[in-house]
Design a binder for this molecule. Structure first.
Ligand SMILES: Cc1cc2nc3c(=O)[nH]c(=O)nc-3n(C[C@H](O)[C@H](O)[C@H](O)COP(=O)(O)OP(=O)(O)OC[C@H]3O[C@@H](n4cnc5c(N)ncnc54)[C@H](O)[C@@H]3O)c2cc1C
Length: 456
């Protein structure tokens, strides 16, 4: 269930204005934005959480704003699958991480109910599933948890989490579990994620430790209601492929050759879209921005949704950690979300997602066989349907979410530095307070970019 397991010190390491953000939306106040003489127009690239929230804040200020969205839908990495089961299934963002955030505030203001979270996890150890009552007292799991819970104290070199596990002689039998909790849920694999970035996230995280899931509404529906006034400002199917910021007004060119002008541009494209040069910049971006772009990680990531004619896992099941292709499944309909509770969602990120993509096999039989081994052959017997959402195949996203590689260092700060007082990079990868890879983090970067535009 993508639970974040860091012991986090809520030392309020974020700038003060970001910490006030959670309260603004519910209060519907405008005064917290700085006084500003800015009267120009703003173009926003991307209609995900960062772009929509930025547009909302600018619109509140009476500033002319337009969002250009490459795909045929708004929401970005917030996308819901309806009609597959008796509840909306999240293909992207699913949990609300912490109650101290603007995202939590707007969900609370909407009155949406949360699912119950009184669930137990199961982990595959030595080829069989163990419930949390058992595995929590396993000495190797205790060692693994100790490594995770003390990440905020890590002071060594910026090695990979795999190297850290090796140095600490973490037994092989729990390494898949360590990968699931530490790397897969952060969008990658143990050998790719860097210890310095993990330490930074553990230290800076300030939105709270609890996780929440919506009981019967989709995440997208919350955005749809809250930001209804912004949706008409979105131009869908309009990929921006060229940005000329060397002229007095910035000129944006869409893939079909149409051009648009704006005084300021907020760019919320994912880090992979920027790394793959899907947008050309004239003049070129500063070397420091390019460095920032290239030092942040983002890998392929997919959700595999499996539906069965009936549930074969215990009713209290939360997550299921396996040593196979899927590091973590969760019983998506648990906690009162579904009357049937017959759907499992698997999250596969990083090296395993890339391997599956390259193998180009029919994934479902392979995964069912793996589940059969853990559940006495019941998975194949009871399977009825699937939906696979591979974010690596989305042309204008190209992966799951950003993560710190060894050596990422201050890359997010370099990327977030305004360019020529005209270009402002936002989006989850630009978050400098540990909230990257989340919806609320993306929204906080939208707020940061708006503050910069207003002060430009
Ligand atoms: C599988 C998965 C599970 C997740 N689970 C959670 C979770 O449980 N909780 C949580 O808080 N977060 C979760 N996240 C992360 C969260 O979804 C993201 O951090 C957040 O939605 C990112 O928002 P964004 O605005 O930065 O980027 P995006 O949502 O990617 O929005 C950017 C938009 O820009 C568009 N675009 C890109 N380039 C161009 C261009 N050149 N021209 C026009 N448009 C362009 C894209 O099409 C996209 O719509 C998950 C993500 C994934 C993929």
């Amino acid at each position: 269930m993508n639970r974040r397991r860091f012991i986090r010190n809520t030392s309020l390491a974020l700038p003060g204005w970001l910490l006030f953000a959670p309260f603004m939306e519910s209060c519907k106040k405008k005064e917290w934005l700085p006084e500003s003489d800015f009267k120009g127009s703003v173009a926003i690239i991307g209609a995900g959480a960062a772009g929509i929230y930025a547009a909302h804040l600018l619109h509140q200020r009476g500033i002319s704003v337009r969002i250009f969205e490459a795909s045929d839908r708004w929401g970005g990495r917030i996308r819901s699958l309806t009609g597959f089961s008796d509840f909306p299934i999240e293909l992207g963002a699913e949990e609300i991480h912490g109650s101290n955030s603007v995202f939590y505030s707007l969900v609370a203001a909407s009155g949406a109910a949360f699912a119950d979270d009184d669930l137990s996890d199961y982990a595959e150890l030595d080829g069989a599933l163990q419930s949390s009552d058992t595995f929590e007292s396993d000495p190797d799991v205790i060692q693994m948890r100790g490594l995770i819970d003390t990440l905020d104290e890590y002071a060594g070199a910026d090695i990979s989490a795999q190297a850290y596990a090796n140095v600490n002689e973490l037994p092989e039998r729990v390494q898949h579990f360590f990968n699931a909790e530490l790397a897969n849920e952060r969008g990658t694999s143990l050998d790719r994620i860097g210890m310095a970035g993990l330490q930074e996230e553990a230290t800076l995280w300030a939105s709270g430790e609890d996780n929440f899931m919506l009981k019967s509404q989709s995440v997208l529906s919350i955005f749809e209601t809250t930001f209804a006034e912004i949706l008409p400002k979105i131009s869908l199917n309009t990929p921006i492929t060229e940005i000329n910021w060397g002229v007095s007004n910035v000129v944006l060119t869409a893939e079909n050759g149409d051009t648009f002008q704006a005084d300021r541009v907020i760019i919320t494209s994912s880090i992979k879209v920027l790394q793959d040069d899907l947008i050309g910049f004239t003049p070129s971006l500063p070397a420091t921005t390019i460095q920032g772009i290239n030092r942040i990680g983002m890998d392929r990531g997919m959700k595999v949704i499996l539906k069965f004619s009936s549930r074969f896992w215990p009713d209290d099941t939360g997550s299921i950690f396996t040593s196979g292709f899927v590091p973590e499944y969760w019983a998506t309909g648990a906690g009162g979300r579904s009357a049937e509770n017959n759907v499992l969602t698997g999250l596969i990120c990083g090296a395993k997602a890339e391997a599956l993509h390259l193998l180009d096999i029919d994934l479902v039989p392979t995964l069912l066989q793996e589940l059969d081994a853990l559940y006495d052959g019941q998975a194949t017997a009871l399977y009825i349907d699937n939906h696979i959402m591979d974010w690596g195949n989305e042309q204008w996203v190209r992966g799951a979410y950003s993560y710190p590689r060894p050596g990422t260092g201050n890359a997010r700060a370099l990327l977030a530095e305004p360019v020529g007082n005209k270009l402002f990079f936002a989006g989850e990868a630009t978050h400098q307070g540990g909230h990257h890879a989340s919806v609320h983090g993306a929204m906080e970067t939208g707020l940061r970019a708006v503050m910069e535009v207003l002060q430009s």
